[in-house]
Design a protein around this ligand. Sequence first.
Ligand code: NAP
Length: 332
Amino acid sequence: MIKTALITGITGQDGYYLSLLLLEKGYRVVGLLPPQRQSNIAKLGSLANQVEVYAVDLTDSAALEVAVEQTQPQEIYNLAAPSFVPDSWNDPLGTLDLITGTATRLLAAVRKAGLATRFYQASSSEMFGDVDRSPQDEQTPFRPMNPYAAAKLHAHWTMVHHRQRYGLFACSGILYNHESPRRPPQFVTRKVCLAAAAIKLGLSDTIEMGNLDAKRDWGYAGDYVEAMWRMLQADIPEDYAIGTGELHSVRELVTAAFECVGLDWTRRVMVEPKLFRADEHFQLVANPAKAKNNLKWEPQVSFEALIEKMVLKDLERLQNGTITPAALSTPK
Ligand code: NAP
């Protein structure tokens, strides 16, 4: 039997890698896309013709119920979110509406349809927030520190309630930062990789950076969508912290990116105190032992290989004109 997977946020970074994975496995992949965002399906490139688009307003409960009824999915991956955390301070209510509202409406639609649909909720390590321990795992208390994290936490608990109260097969992947050549340029990894490529090609001279000592647990998006899929193939629905378990500093990121293009970063990187984030006192790093034990999941792409992938792709894009150096000036 061909399985059907519904994906919200299919046009984003994870939506792309998840679609690729599911298509390779022979799934019918359906993207739930708000009508006004339908043209963004082109972001999937050659995959756009291999997935179906179902136009639906994610704020419309009745329309989502019809979407679930009509498509009869075996799996739903709820990925849609305004994912750049600083933006959530500018629109806390819109962030809550989309993240929590979509999860709640989709879970209700699954329950109403009476199907055995398995549900994946895209949770975030940002929910741990102001941590008092490192590394974090599934037992670590949540102390969210921004509207994005608070909305993700509400969606997470809503998913847990549907699992406990109604017996839905619903799981949450508490994912740490994961990157790829598809990461938008406002994220620090992409910003650095794009700048290194542009400077190499003589299209730019320097890059302004914040705190080079800030550390993150960065993995590869292609590895993380595999973890999402494995969660929905398990015998029991459970939540998982998904990360590499390694911390790397922004200084290591800059060093790795500029090494890829054979340049000395110390002459190209300008540290700008106004770019320091106020909340850099905690360290988010995963203990992915549960995923390793239960799902046999482990990251396959190293930090250095990830950065190399990203720099090489940006060199190619700048050389063939797919992007211009203007991409460097996206808000930080
Ligand atoms: P992304 O590249 O920013 O993609 C976000 C997706 O959500 C896009 O398809 C976007 O559509 C859609 N979206 C945004 N605002 C929307 C709105 N108002 N209505 C409908 N759709 C909207 O994010 P990602 O990196 O793939 O992340 C996937 C999910 O995992 C997100 O929920 C994110 O919060 C979560 N997460 C990500 C990370 C990470 O490090 N990447 C870590 C933890 C959790 P358009 O293409 O039309 O803009």
